[in-house]
Design a protein around this ligand. Structure first.
Ligand code: ZN
Length: 155
C-alpha cells in the first residue's frame, strides 16, 4: 500500500507543473545578420517551439536544450532541418535505420542538424539560413517526428 502511494506521489512529482514561457526570448537577433535560437525538448517528447522565423542568409546559432531527465538511449533528442521537398515520413524511416550515426541518415536531405542529447544536456549548431521558404524541422529519434516537428520559415 505504501509502495503504491509512493508510486503515485512519484508520478505527480515527475509531472511538470505547466512550465510557462521562459524569461528570455527563444529567438533573438543579436546582430543584423545573426539570430540566436534556443529550442527545448522534453521528456514528454515535445519541442517548445513549433515555428521559427529567420531571414534568408542569416547566421543561425541554434541551441537545443533537453529539459528532461531521461537518458539519450530512451528519450534522445536532436534538431534536424530538412531541405524543402523532403518527405518527412520517408526521411524518418531512413533515420530510424541510422542508429550507429545517432539517427542521422546518409544522403542529401539535411540543411543542418545538432547532435543527439539526453536529459539535462544541450548542444549548439551554427549554419546559414537557406533561401526564402518553409522548411520542416524534426527530431529524428525513432518515433519522435510525429510529435517533435515544426516549421522553419525563412523570410
Ligand atoms: Zn526526440
Amino acid at each position: 500500500m505504501n509502495f503504491i502511494i509512493s508510486l503515485i506521489a512519484l508520478l505527480f512529482i515527475n509531472t511538470p507543473v505547466n512550465s510557462t514561457s521562459p524569461a528570455t526570448p527563444t529567438v533573438e537577433r543579436t546582430a543584423p545578420n545573426r539570430v540566436e535560437i534556443t529550442i527545448e525538448g522534453s521528456d514528454q517528447m515535445k519541442f517548445n517551439l513549433s515555428e521559427i522565423k529567420v531571414k534568408a542568409g542569416d547566421k543561425v546559432v541554434l541551441t537545443l536544450k533537453h529539459t528532461g531527465k531521461l537518458p539519450k538511449t530512451a528519450m534522445g533528442h536532436n534538431w534536424v532541418l530538412l531541405k524543402s521537398g523532403t518527405v518527412v515520413k520517408d526521411f524518418a524511416m531512413e533515420a530510424m535505420k541510422a542508429k550507429d550515426n545517432e539517427y542521422i541518415p546518409e544522403g542529401n536531405d539535411i540543411i543542418a542538424h545538432t547532435d543527439l542529447v539526453g536529459g539535462g544536456e544541450e548542444t549548439t549548431v551554427e549554419f546559414t539560413a537557406p533561401g526564402k521558404g518553409e522548411y520542416d524541422f524534426i527530431c529524428s529519434f525513432p518515433g519522435h517526428y510525429a510529435l517533435m516537428k515544426g516549421k522553419f520559415i525563412v523570410e
